[in-house]
Write a protein that binds this ligand. Structure first.
Ligand SMILES: [Fe+2]
Length: 286
């Protein structure tokens, strides 16, 4: 099984959105979409998502799934907008409830917000499978960056979310609530146990050393070259490296807006009595 993949890269958030489809039936999934958000004005936009929609329509694809690899902390998902425009069901890892419980407290959400994942159409457990036409999607729970992270294995391709990055950039940070470096190492070893020719599609790329953006590699290349987790790096060495590095990282610019929106499957908090919706900034809490 060799699904077709088209990637859209958002340079504002360094996010790769993948459209993956079955060339026979033309059924498709959209993985990790982006809604534009300007933190200076609080304005959202649909330019990134509209490019995906135009492609889907032009190719005559039928969207059956809108998949999230996790609750992103650096961009807003466009899942509700894509669902309205193209159809499809929104799915995420079942441990989303753990992420929601943490952030429900932090943001002191309204009474109606329930931290059990009900905002999503489907919650995915490790080992679950989905269909995109004749393609089989296998879900692997790959926590570490967050407790709810999943990897989608579709034929000879795997969409790894924030676990691995390109070999010259390494791995995802593990210092968000519920993150854990040892857990991430074990999740990554599950991904690297796939056949070496497996195509790996990243959720982000940061174009280190001026090389230009790239988002596709292979299991074999990661095992040979990944600067953090190539074959031969021990779990303890990884944990030490990852923990030291995470101490030096700033919070992502959009973490506060992103988490509040993405934990609601991309919906904004309810409007207040003046008809406006607000995102909160907890002071001295993070
Ligand atoms: Fe992330």
């Amino acid at each position: 099984m060799h699904p077709d993949v088209k990637t859209f890269f958002d340079e504002a958030t360094y996010t790769a959105t993948h459209v993956v489809w079955d060339p026979d039936t033309r059924e498709a999934a959209i993985i990790d979409s982006v809604k534009d958000y300007d933190p200076k004005s609080g304005r959202t936009g649909t330019a990134c998502a509209d490019a995906v929609i135009a492609f889907v329509k032009q190719r005559g694809l039928t969207v059956v799934w809108i998949l999230e690899t996790h609750v992103h902390a650096d961009h807003l998902t466009a899942a509700p907008y894509l669902k309205e425009e193209l159809g499809g069901k929104v799915a995420i890892g079942a441990r989303i409830d753990q992420v929601q419980q943490v952030f429900k407290k932090l943001f002191n959400t309204e009474e109606g917000f329930t931290a059990d994942g009900r905002q999503f159409d489907r919650l995915l457990e490790d080992g679950d499978s989905l269909s995109i036409g004749k393609l089989d999607v296998r879900v692997i729970h790959t926590p570490g960056h967050t407790p709810a992270c999943v990897t989608y294995v579709i034929g000879d391709a795997a969409f790894v979310g924030d676990t691995l990055f390109m070999p010259d950039f390494g791995t995802a940070r593990c210092d968000f609530p519920g993150g854990d470096a040892r857990t991430l190492f074990r999740s990554i070893r599950k991904i690297l146990a796939l056949p070496p020719e497996t195509r790996l599609f990243m959720c982000h790329d940061y174009a280190p050393n001026g090389r230009g953006y790239r988002w596709e590699t292979t299991v074999g290349a990661e095992r040979a070259e990944n600067i953090h987790v190539r074959d031969g790096v021990s779990e303890d060495d990884f944990v030490e490296m990852r923990s030291a590095r995470d101490k030096e990282l700033d919070m992502p610019v959009l973490i506060l807006p992103s988490v509040q929106v993405n934990m609601r499957a991309g919906d904004m908090p309810p409007a207040e009595d003046n008809g406006l919706r607000y995102l909160k900034i907890p002071v001295d809490a993070l």
